[in-house]
Design a protein around this ligand. Structure first.
Ligand SMILES: [Zn+2]
Length: 349
């Protein structure tokens, strides 16, 4: 029966997200969005049912699909049918309008917008049923499995830490802050596609593993991963990241300066303010300002802990800075990144 279904090839991002829809990682979503859902999310930051949701989860196509409501189609990846989609809606997107709402810009200089445009103007919405799951990496667990792990470890308060990059000193500071606040910290790097100048996923994971094994209480930190692409949608993605971590059983979510931002596209604190405009999400948002090294404070400090020492005290910490030093053959100073991690980071520089 299924061999006779119309086949629609999908890309890696869509394959990851259809599995996230099926595992409940994107709860309350059950399928790719219909036009009504996509517009409601874009304009209201709510699903038509009223629940907060901030990013459209779309199955975009470059060509007009010759199917409609009520049809079943096979979604194929690498020539293999991996899922069945129960078509609820076949529609055309106004890409620029959606980009403006969701990313706050139409500019193709924005890596998330560029990727969104390239995926095509057409979309199919509807529920998905997975036929063939991807082989799961060691860091990939379903929300149900992660919740079971927290129960087994006796963690009632769990702080989730989202990351798309290898750990520098400011990241470590945030993880330690989480350890002060909660029973355990979920370090949850993005395993899907990222922009070219982010570190490769394998390097990020190795570096976190080394940090956790060498310098943190291993029994209170869980290193797992979230297999979804980065969108770089700043504040809206911060909300999405929080909702997804709630589904994985986290009770608290760390939102740093310019969370999920890129370049100068977002006000660094827009990702904090967006939560003030939304009802409680069922996960507590822990907002943290800029974290830096301050020579006068004598270590890593933040906007909330340094007096401020503007003159000659603060050194800002960013992976872009670390990476450019590594590429020039210079060792990044220990104020930016742990020296023990440098050999690992060199593999990805
Ligand atoms: Zn200071």
């Amino acid at each position: 029966m299924r061999e006779t279904l119309r086949q629609i090839p999908i890309g890696e991002d869509e394959r990851l997200d259809l599995e996230n829809l099926a595992t409940g990682a994107f709860h309350p979503l059950r399928g790719f969005m219909t036009r009504e859902e996509a517009l409601s999310v874009a304009y209201e930051m709510r699903l038509p049912t009223g629940e907060v949701w901030t990013l459209p989860i779309l199955l975009q196509l470059r060509e007009r699909p010759r199917v409609g409501k009520g049809d079943q189609v096979a979604l194929t990846y690498g020539g293999e049918a991996v899922a069945v989609l129960q078509v609820e809606d076949a529609y055309e997107l106004d890409l620029r309008d959606l980009a403006r709402q969701v990313f706050g810009t139409e500019s193709e200089a924005h890596p998330g917008v560029r990727r969104f445009y390239a995926k095509g103007t057409y979309a199919l919405g509807g529920r998905v049923e997975v036929l063939r799951w991807r082989p799961r990496g060691a860091l990939e667990k379903t929300p149900e499995e992660v919740r079971a792990l927290f129960r087994q470890r006796g963690w009632r308060r769990v702080v989730a830490f989202q990351t798309r990059n290898a750990p520098h000193r400011a990241h470590e500071y945030l993880i330690r802050l989480g350890l002060e606040l909660a029973d355990g910290v979920l370090v949850h790097p993005i395993l899907g596609a990222k922009k070219e100048d982010d570190f490769p996923t394998e390097v990020i994971v190795k570096a976190y593993r080394a940090l956790i094994e060498g310098f943190l209480p291993q029994d209170r930190v869980a290193l797992l991963g979230l297999a979804t692409p980065m969108r770089y949608a700043g504040p809206r993605e911060a909300v999405f990241h929080a909702l997804v971590r709630k589904n994985f059983g986290a009770t608290h979510f760390l939102v740093g300066r310019d969370h999920a931002g890129v370049g100068e596209f977002y006000d660094p604190y827009a990702a904090h303010r967006i939560f003030d405009a939304l009802p409680p999400l069922g996960i507590e948002i822990v907002k943290v300002g800029a974290v830096f090294h301050c020579a006068l404070c004598g270590g890593i400090a933040s906007e909330r802990t340094c007096p401020p020492h503007h003159q000659g005290g603060r050194t800002s910490i960013s992976m872009t800075k670390v990476r450019s030093l590594l590429r020039e053959g210079k060792a990044p100073p220990p104020e930016l990144v742990r020296p023990e991690l440098i050999p690992l980071l060199l593999e990805g520089a």
